[in-house]
Design a protein around this ligand. Sequence first.
Ligand code: FAD
Length: 508
Amino acid sequence: MNKQTPIKSVVIVGGGTAGWMAAAALARILQNKIAIRLVESDDIGSVGVGESTIPMMRVFNDALGINEDEFVRETRATFKLGIEFLDWGREGERYLHSFGRFGQDQGTVEFFQYWLRAYQAGLAPALDRYSINRMAAMANKFMRPAPPERGNSPLADIVYAFHLDAGLYARYLRTYAEARGVVRTEGKVVQVRQRSMDGFVEALVMENGDEIKGDLFLDCSGFRGLLIEETLKTGFEDWSHWLPCDRAWAVPCELAAGLKDELLPYTRAQARPAGWQWRIGLQHRTGNGHVFSSRHMSEDEAASILLNSLDGKPLADPKLLRFTAGKRSKTWNKNVVAVGLSSGFIEPLESTSIYLIQATVSSLVKFFPDAGFDQADIDEFNRQADFEVERIRDFIILHYHATTRADTPFWDHVRTMAVPDNVRRKLDLYKAHGRSVRENNELFSETAWQQVMHGQGIQARGHDPLADLLDERQLLGFLGDIENVVRKCVDYMPGHKEFIHAIWQAKR
Ligand code: FAD
């Protein structure tokens, strides 16, 4: 006999990006069958940064049925084809980690291996030439991938994400969620009531004395983790020995005069003496931030590095954010699921936080509980969440560790530190034959790891011996054909700014 009692109400604490993404997605999926309430405090406010995303965001938008052109207009978004890294492996060097693939694999041999063979023999130019995403980014061009009905066009290989205004995005999702029945309550939660028998969260007590009861609680309250940590004392795994950056100054500025005509379709991440600086061009402004380690640089010095390197006039006072890299010991504890910054934080180097919000919400939907909260579901959810975030952490660690820089104590530290076994294994594998292996559903692909390892100067001793099965003439013909196709495709593409202009024109 089925004794399952359904969840009747979901309460979301927090109205930052995490809160409204969760509210929008659950509103769409639960279709008013389960009450959803979101509580946020205007006084406390939200982090308000988080402007760069990865292509998975399109899956989220599609699942919500969002019209992409409308989204681009409403959030003042620009398109993102990858991230440019400056001064990471060595000062003065740059590379682009682009989305999408390189060239074309042949049977079991990856394109990267054919290129590596030719490159090691001094016969091939930079990897850039074989990626539409990379070449388009460098030419400030953009278009969406050609649809499948256009045949086997290489233009179908374009893969993109967005740069967006996080505040406008939260507002946009709020409208979406409220239109689908989510009830918003403005006010401060001052107390959290727990069930005496098992410590499950029962109700939020608001500043005005109101009580908000619920069955399932989503903690989207930001770094503090009002429910998951302050109430349930879940614990935190600190990763700052691998990721020592623990502060960020963030400031928006005007678009530089020249950039008004040249919206860059990529994020720029420039290494600095004790961290790195981001630069993200939106339609109406540029987002900037300096992520740094307070053990290696003072807050004042970090602020002045940022303010002295802006493209245009600052549009606000710089805002300081303090954090510790790491994750909550359990993302889901009792009847509380931590979403967003309350679940932990890895710095924004590969723009993964918004993606992790999306991943947590979709995993919650997969393991959606009944009011009995079966521990087996919770354990599996947590196991998958740990795998996801640990693999992302490892990829970020790679960016710091794979460097020859020893010019500051910060770079010397990250270059020489011990890294997790998984990073060591991936480095050893790459150094042997340039190979990379993607395990299960880890977020970053083989190509992503290869791009960063090669881009930061890690040398592979050899290449896949099967790439030697082509003779040299065949190999160079194959590489040359791909290079030509990429060049022709990029020539054909419109400018990034022109593409966005057309999206606005289509509205009129
Ligand atoms: P917050 O934005 O902090 O929201 C917390 C909410 O909880 C607020 O609404 C607040 O009012 C509410 N709240 C808290 N306490 C109470 C209370 N007692 N009562 C009522 N309400 C309460 N992510 C990316 O994907 N790409 C990026 O480029 C990127 N850059 C980043 C740069 C920095 C420096 C940082 C720190 C983060 C960055 N992120 C980025 C992460 C991204 O900003 C966050 O993932 C995202 O904003 C989610 O934040 P949040 O909603 O979890 O928390």
